[in-house]
Design a protein around this ligand. Structure first.
Ligand SMILES: Nc1ncnc2c1ncn2[C@@H]1O[C@H](COP(=O)(O)OP(=O)(O)OP(=O)(O)O)[C@@H](O)[C@H]1O
Length: 317
């Protein structure tokens, strides 16, 4: 039985309906990385990104470790999305390197430099991402959207799959099995045949998480997966991210504004401010770092955890 770290959010452990799911093993199919836990998976090395005169990122370095949930936080405009866009190939930094370590099932290792690769090549290396705004095909069903998430692994044409012959049939069955596992893990059974556009916002975000998971990611990048959600939807999403991490073993990098969630579910936190890395450590280290509190002091956040940390630091002088 898994023990979650969510000390402040008792709802994670308190729901008895979730217990049977915890006994299932998803590790071997949904996690696309064969690196042992604790090894460096992604290295961001002295990355700088400019848009004309705007310095979005300046000399950023950090390492994402296999088996971690790694949060990137910071005030508005700090450079969080730019960082994720550099990792996924949407932006190409002018300086620095981003390297991905991968291991095949037979143990052989590869080191890939992502810095100048286009997004589809990075996706082939099993780096999956979700976006701040939902990017799904709203007229297609949940199942169809998830199957589209498998397309980078499909070797046979859509026509061959439609004709349902020989190898194409076997391939289709394998893809369906994996998609069913994602549906099961994220509890999307009730929505599988429904058009995505007809679903509640929180469910759509869960489908988006599912589509990224269908890549069988070695690294899953989530850009504000709880943005715009109500408290109940946030709780659900935090729980599913933990399932993806704890049950499927997938390494997650996440941008999130809700400090309670970040501090509860993350193993490591990198803090950006004005495009610079001002702190990088465990949630407790980062929470106690004066530079971090200072960065949030000027912000007009209503986040209770941030305000509490600010007050605490003020009291300590
Ligand atoms: N495509 C772009 N063209 C020009 N400037 C950009 C571009 N993308 C980001 N920037 C600038 O880079 C800086 C960092 O933006 P970014 O969106 O990465 O911050 P963020 O931390 O994700 O902010 P938020 O929390 O508000 O989403 C900002 O000054 C922003 O205006």
């Amino acid at each position: 039985m898994k023990t979650y770290r969510l000390s402040q959010t008792s709802w994670i452990t308190a729901d008895p309906k979730r217990t049977p799911v915890l006994t299932r093993a998803y590790q071997h199919s949904l996690n696309g990385s064969h690196l042992p836990d604790g090894e460096p998976l992604l290295e961001v090395d002295a990355v700088s990104l400019r848009f004309g005169g705007v310095k979005a990122l300046t000399d950023i370095s950090f390492t994402v470790t296999q088996g971690h949930v790694h949060a990137i936080i910071g005030p508005n405009g700090a450079g969080k999305s730019s960082m994720l866009n550099c990792i996924s190939g949407i932006y190409h930094p002018q300086e620095g390197q981003i390297r991905l370590h991968t291991a095949a099932a037979d143990g052989s290792r590869t080191l890939s430099t992502l810095t100048q690769l286009p997004p589809h090549r990075i996706a082939r290396l099993r780096v999956a991402r979700s976006f701040q705004n939902i990017e799904l095909f709203s007229h297609l069903t949940v199942l169809e959207n998830l199957m589209l998430g498998r397309h980078i692994h499909m070797k046979h044409s859509v026509l061959a799959s439609m004709l349902w012959f020989g190898p194409a049939r076997r391939q289709e069955i394998q893809h369906r099995q994996l998609v069913e596992e994602v549906i099961d893990l994220l509890q999307l059974q009730a929505y599988r045949g429904k058009p995505v556009g007809a679903l509640a916002y929180g469910i759509q975000k869960r489908v988006e998480l599912g589509r990224a998971l269908c890549i069988q990611p070695a690294l899953l990048l989530l850009d504000e997966p709880m943005a715009g959600m109500n408290a109940e939807e946030k709780e659900d999403m935090a729980r599913y991210i933990l399932d993806v991490h704890e049950l499927a073993g997938v390494t997650v990098v996440l941008i999130e504004h809700d400090m309670n969630v970040v501090m509860d579910i993350s193993d490591r936190v990198s803090v950006l401010d004005f495009g610079r890395l001002i702190a990088d450590g465990t949630p407790d280290e980062v929470k106690a770092d004066p530079a971090v509190v200072e960065a949030y002091l000027g912000s007009d956040t209503e986040d209770a955890a941030v305000r509490e940390a600010v007050e605490h630091l003020k009291e300590r002088g």
